[in-house]
Design a protein around this ligand. Structure first.
Ligand code: HEC
Length: 108
């Protein structure tokens, strides 16, 4: 029994690690809840549901806070785009961009 339970747990953990679903935002933070929604609709297609990467690079697990120590620089990057990364300034409001950047930095 113990072995079977361990195998089931292993499968569940592997499923979580494959990035098949977008992690929940803390319900008491409206900015992060909105940012999750923006992420699912605009970013997950390239960066993966959990930000693990795909057409675009991995942006989960604190990667972007390392790349952009100042949140303003990450907001600017998402607004202006670069190479295969589209510019979002024309599609999202400044508030939506800030929310999604916070979601990527704080939740993914
Ligand atoms: C059409 C695919 C695509 C979509 C949609 C997309 N990205 Fe990207 N993203 C990329 C690519 C490709 C790069 C690498 C750009 C480069 O450095 O040339 C990138 C880079 C990034 C980076 C920098 C990471 C790094 O390692 O250079 C961040 C942060 C980022 N994207 C966030 C977002 C956010 C937030 C959204 C949604 C609002 C989003 N992306 C939507 C393709 C995409």
């Amino acid at each position: 029994m113990k072995t079977i339970a361990g195998m089931v747990l292993g499968v569940l953990v592997a499923g979580a690690c494959s990035g098949s679903s977008t992690p929940a935002a803390p319900a008491d933070d409206p900015g992060l809840v909105a940012g999750r929604d923006v992420f699912v609709r605009n970013c997950a297609s390239c960066h993966g549901s959990a930000g693990g990467g795909g057409r675009g690079p991995k942006i989960s697990e604190g990667r972007t806070a390392d790349l952009f120590p100042a949140i303003e620089d990450q907001i600017l990057f998402v607004a202006e785009g670069k190479g295969g990364m589209p510019a979002f300034s024309g599609r999202l409001s400044a508030e939506e961009i800030e929310d999604v950047v916070r979601f990527v930095r704080e939740v993914l």
